[in-house]
Design a protein around this ligand. Structure first.
Ligand code: SAM
Ligand code: SF4
Ligand code: SF4
Length: 330
């Protein structure tokens, strides 16, 4: 009889097959919605997983049924020897995906083509240079746009992550939609989410209904597309446009029913949910030479059904105890 391998299944029967690994808490930008104004206390180098530890831990998760791995951060591409890491991870036979701010993406596009990494979420909140400097507190706009076009020319499967914030970039919704007319590009509008120190307030957020109204008023008919299983966005297309668009409504309409995501922070802590305050240290037992499979299988059992138990009002006492997004890995 063939022995069935254990799978990472929570108490709601949801198999967890998608691992998001934060490679670093360092970043070359300072987006105001992602990190506190005063910055974050950076992780000490020895507490960060080495590249070999990341590879071995990923192998462990793969053997427990994980088939998709997203590399994120901080900014994943600033991790030293990122090229080596991604080549080794590609050998594990999982589908690799990346979320990046694009600043140094040009250095890696050929390698990505070689190893078959095509799915990239490219964070770009504005098409306006001055606003980009305001949001990111750095001046890389030209480089980001050049690398976006380079990735498009190389036929990468690109989603554009846009965190919509009222009075900042909500007047650009239709500029992003206009890009979908002739380009196979997918803007993904993300509702502003609360994390430690990011001064969240839903009055600054833009809901799915508001987005659809804005797009419909300008472009007319919007088609609703089928959402792939486990999709975090509801997906649409303006009739006749080549590209589609998505809305990630974590606040107003969370998509937790079929959640299959787990996270591993750069310091080797497993997080069951983006909003989970509790974490499970995998790196310490791993460094002690202990097997971590059972710890992982056990840890998932404490996952709550949705948003770590927070309702739509989002409880400040709860999320202020979470990490800042920059050190979780979105
Ligand atoms: N540095 C990379 C980047 O920006 O693409 C990867 C890490 S970043 C934390 C991952 C994603 O989280 C980005 O698309 C970013 O826009 C999103 N994000 C950060 N803070 C957020 C917030 N408060 N609400 C919603 N999305 C947020
Ligand atoms: Fe850095 Fe990404 Fe956070 Fe912006 S959103 S500060 S690029 S980690
Ligand atoms: Fe999964 Fe938590 Fe995100 Fe819901 S909020 S989809 S439970 S990670």
């Amino acid at each position: 009889m063939i022995e069935k391998k254990p799978q990472i299944i929570d108490n709601f029967g949801r198999p967890h097959t998608y691992l998001r690994i934060s490679l670093t808490d360092r970043c070359n930008l300072r987006c105001f919605y992602c990190m506190p104004e005063e910055g974050i206390e950076l992780m000490e180098k020895p507490s960060i997983m080495t590249l070999e530890e990341i590879i071995k831990m990923t192998r462990t998760f793969r053997d427990l049924g994980v088939d998709t791995v997203r590399l994120t951060g901080g900014e994943p591409l600033v991790r030293k020897n990122f090229g080596y890491l991604v080549e080794e991870l590609a050998k594990l036979g999982v589908t690799l995906k990346l979320t990046t701010n694009g600043i140094v993406l040009d250095k890696y596009l050929e390698l990505f083509q070689k190893i078959g990494l095509r799915k990239i979420n490219f964070s770009l909140d504005t098409l306006d240079k001055a606003k980009s400097v305001f949001i990111t507190k750095r001046d890389y706009y030209e480089r980001i746009m050049r690398n976006l076009n380079m990735a498009l020319d190389m036929d990468m499967d690109l989603k554009i992550n846009i965190v919509l914030i009222k009075g900042v970039n909500d007047n650009e919704i239709n500029d992003f939609i206009a890009l979908t007319r002739d380009k196979k590009i997918t803007p993904k509008f993300i509702e502003f989410m609360p994390f430690k120190g990011n001064k969240w307030d839903w009055s600054k957020g833009v809901s799915k209904e508001e987005i659809l109204k804005t797009v419909g008023d300008k472009f007319g008919e919007i088609e609703t597309l089928d959402n792939p299983k486990h999709s975090t966005s509801t997906n649409f297309r303006v009739k006749g446009h080549k590209g589609s668009f998505g809305i990630v409504s974590t606040i107003t309409n969370p998509f937790c029913d079929e959640c299959n995501r787990i996270r591993l922070t750069a310091d080797g802590k497993m997080k069951n949910c983006l909003f989970a305050n509790s974490e499970t240290d995998l790196l310490t037992p791993f460094r002690n030479g202990e097997k971590i499979e059972n710890t992982i299988l056990q840890a998932i059992k404490s996952k709550k059904y949705s948003r770590d138990g927070m309702d739509v009002k989002m409880d400040a006492e709860h999320y202020e105890q979470n990490r800042s997004m920059i050190s979780i890995g979105g």
